[in-house]
Design a protein around this ligand. Structure first.
Ligand SMILES: *Cc1c(COP(=O)(O)O)cnc(C)c1O
Length: 374
């Protein structure tokens, strides 16, 4: 008998109604960090490809203890949000195909199967439609698509079975206090050339918790991940990092962020959007927006010479977070200017502009309406 391989498809989605859906009067009554009611699940095998997707009540998975993911970290994920406009009428995603394409890049790095992008988007929309009642006007839910290797075989081999899952959770109100960053300890590194820092693999995150816990214990919010002897600044926790300095030669502001070319940083959708917004708005004013390597010493020197303008971290989870302090590896605290009190001008501009797009105050091609969600 010949077996045909099926690509991921949203066709035939089976919806198993929740017997006991969460009841709530106000969204504020819902505990933060709690999962919503449903889980989307699609299974894959190497011979038959993707099976029929199902949306069923959220609950524990049953995995064989020999499952690939539990031993070899064959897992990757995405972090997205579904937003509801302030008037309550529109539910949107933000550049969702960028996330799906990145999930596919992550899958490729971990030898996991690819998702047909439009099918993955259709399933994401179905999921959001189902859970839209959890999104308060002017708010969001956090979406977590993931792929993992589930075949039960202790030999170190390419996954022959996998699952694509989508869950969502409520998120605590963001703490809007500016970030205090602590340079990563000299004996730890988040990612390296030839590694997989560019992919959202589970394997990238567990090992960062040690430094993160240490930083939090010392009163910081996140780790500023440095790379190499020279201390190249890569990322801030799970967010991309931007610094603005006055260029020594031109005297103009220069906005800098680590480039994607070395494969050590995660290519954030927010990062990309921020670069596009900044280039559009400020290039004509002579401000340079550069994806280039810079070091913690460059920041320290700019600060010593009064040329440090601002710094901020960007990502879906923490959105646009101004930075107020950076501790260098030598233990010196650099105080980062904040031109308008709790933020610098650039971070403020980006945050305002992106907020308007995300919460549908303006029409924008980056905003993807989920037409069927009410
Ligand atoms: C997810 C993530 C980001 C941010 O990416 P967005 O697409 O903007 O959410 C940045 N750095 C790391 C390490 C991440 O995991």
């Amino acid at each position: 008998m010949t077996v045909t391989y099926s690509e991921l498809s949203a066709k035939g989605l089976v919806i198993e109604k929740h017997p006991n859906p969460t009841q709530f009067e106000n969204h504020s009554d819902l505990p933060s960090s709690r999962a919503t009611d449903y889980l989307l699940e699609v299974t894959w095998t190497i011979d038959q490809g993707w099976g029929t997707p199902s949306l069923h009540p959220y609950g524990p998975l049953s995995l064989d203890p020999a499952s690939s993911v539990l031993h070899y970290a064959t897992t990757c994920f995405e972090g997205m949000k579904a937003y509801r406009s302030f008037d309550g009428k529109k539910v949107t995603l933000f550049r969702p195909l960028d996330n799906i394409n990145r999930l596919n890049d992550s899958c490729a790095r971990a030898s996991l199967p690819q998702l047909e992008p439009n099918a993955a988007l259709a399933l994401l929309e179905k999921f959001v439609e189902m859970e839209a009642r959890f999104i308060a006007p002017g708010s969001f839910i956090y979406l977590r698509p993931m792929v993992m290797g589930t075949n039960a075989h202790l030999g170190l081999t390419t996954p022959t079975e996998a699952k694509f899952l989508i869950m969502a959770s409520m998120m605590p109100k963001l703490n809007a206090a500016p970030l205090k960053l602590c340079s990563s300890p000299p004996d730890q590194i988040r990612a390296w050339k030839g590694g997989f820092g560019y992919a959202k693999l589970g394997a990238n995150y567990g090992p960062t918790l040690k430094a993160n816990n240490e930083a939090i214990k010392n009163g910081f919010s996140q780790v500023l991940w440095l790379m190499g002897e020279e201390g190249i600044v890569t990322e801030a926790g799970g967010a991309n990092f931007f610094a603005v300095i006055k260029n020594e030669k031109t005297g103009k502001d220069e906005i800098m962020t680590c480039p994607l070319t070395t494969g050590v940083i995660l290519p954030g959708v927010t990062r990309r959007s921020v670069l596009e917004l900044l280039r559009n708005k400020y290039t004509s004013e002579g401000v340079e927006v550069n994806e280039k390597e810079f070091t913690i010493s460059d920041i320290e020197k700019a600060s010593d010479e009064g040329r440090l303008v601002e710094a901020f971290a960007v990502g879906t989870a923490y959105f646009i977070a101004p930075v107020q302090t950076i501790r260098t590896p030598a233990g010196k605290d650099i105080s980062v200017p904040m031109s308008i009190g709790t933020s610098g001008d650039y971070a403020h501009y980006i945050k305002e502009t992106l907020s308007q797009i995300m919460w549908s105050k303006v029409e924008h091609p980056w905003s993807h309406p989920v037409a069927s969600a009410q």
